[in-house]
Design a protein around this ligand. Structure first.
Ligand code: ZN
Ligand code: ZN
Length: 358
């Protein structure tokens, strides 16, 4: 039986065939974990057609040996990049791909200088999104972990809906949520819970403040849990006390937009078409300018990853992808409404992973 790591390495090597490189240098932490199961927080992977090397320092070599049996473990010593040059020479790499979206310009310069100094004629080739393009299709084990994370955020949302009351500060609500999710088994949260009340709800990424929640105003609550490294992402907008007609109208429009997108997405729908379906509902209701962000994003080891659902997206939605659908309307001075669910595209159909009531 091949391990999931051997499978992922095979997929990566196949992708690299078209890139005219002899190997790839992996530095992005989630990609490193995805390709190796290595849980350490420092280290690099060097993957060629026949070799897979995990380079890390003495703090992690022992755990690396246990967590990443598919890799040869190479111990990094000293602060220079001699280890990098040594590996390049050993593996006879002439053209090395590196993750240009992750490596800083300064680090790239250092790698080049180290190679030049040793008169190694290896070319560094920028490559973007190759591991991410494999990660975008989730394996059953990954879906299981995302589902567990979604169950925790669902429970936290229901707990909040039952306990939140007028006069609580945004910070108090956020802390209750964070505590609840950790107690229910979430690892460290992928992002700080967003609790945005009244006018603050007009800011899609507001940070919880000392503001006390008043009756009749929208409260946007956006939360995520993490299980086995995998995230969930969920938003509900609630209103305590009497709902005014404005709230009901805006809420109804956002919900209608979300349901329209959910209904039309199938195998092969583009990220642009999905965004357009929700945007049309909001625009028709006269709020086109008030939906300032894109419809959704992929979720996995990162809380934001491929695919993108937006007006400028180049992604196509296919089975095995997990992503959010989160239209919103934000009105300065009044507040906002966002409804976000996490879905899996499975056999060409949308399956809701988040189940919290709307
Ligand atoms: Zn969210
Ligand atoms: Zn989101």
């Amino acid at each position: 039986m091949t391990s999931n790591i051997a499978n992922r390495l095979q997929k990566l090597r196949r992708k690299l065939e078209g890139k005219e490189v002899d190997g790839i240098f992996i530095s992005q932490p989630e990609n490193r974990y995805y390709l190796s199961n290595f849980l350490g927080t420092a280290g690099y992977l060097l993957i060629t057609k026949h070799d897979a090397v995990l380079a890390t320092d003495f703090r992690y070599t022992e755990q690396a040996g246990i967590q990443s049996p598919e890799y040869r473990i190479f111990q990094i010593t000293g602060s220079s990049l001699d280890w990098f040059v040594q590996l390049i020479m050993e593996l006879r790499i002439k053209r090395l791909g590196f993750e240009s979206g992750n490596i800083t310009f300064a680090f790239n310069q250092k790698l080049s200088e180290a190679l030049n100094k040793s008169q190694v004629k290896t070319e560094l080739i920028p490559i973007e999104g190759v591991v991410e393009s494999i990660r975008v299709i989730k394996e059953p084990g990954e879906i299981e972990l995302i589902t567990k994370a979604a169950e925790i955020s669902d429970k936290a949302m229901e707990h909040t809906q039952d306990t939140i009351h007028v006069g609580m500060t945004e910070k108090e609500v956020a802390w209750e949520i964070e505590k609840f999710m950790r107690e229910k088994g979430s690892q460290s949260l992928p992002f700080e819970a967003i609790v945005a009340s009244g006018p603050n709800a007009a800011l899609p990424h507001h940070r919880p403040s000392e503001r006390r929640i008043c009756p009749g105003e929208p409260v946007v609550i956006d939360i995520g849990a993490r299980v086995g490294g995998y995230c969930s992402d969920l938003t509900r907008t609630i209103c305590l006390g009497q709902h005014d007609t404005q709230f009901n109208h805006v809420y109804g429009t956002v919900l209608k937009a979300q349901l329209a997108a959910i209904a039309m997405i199938h195998e092969g729908t583009s990220g642009t078409e999905a965004d357009g379906a929700a945007r049309e509902v909001i625009t028709d209701a006269g709020f086109g300018q008030a939906f300032g962000h894109s419809l959704g994003h992929g979720v996995g080891l990162n809380e934001h990853e491929q695919p993108r659902l937006g007006a400028n997206s180049t992604d196509t939605l296919v089975s095995g992808m997990v992503f959010t659908i989160e239209p919103g309307i934000y009105l300065t001075g009044w507040g906002g409404v966002r409804i976000e669910d996490l879905v899996l595209l499975e056999n060409g159909k949308i399956k809701l992973l988040s189940k919290s009531r709307k």
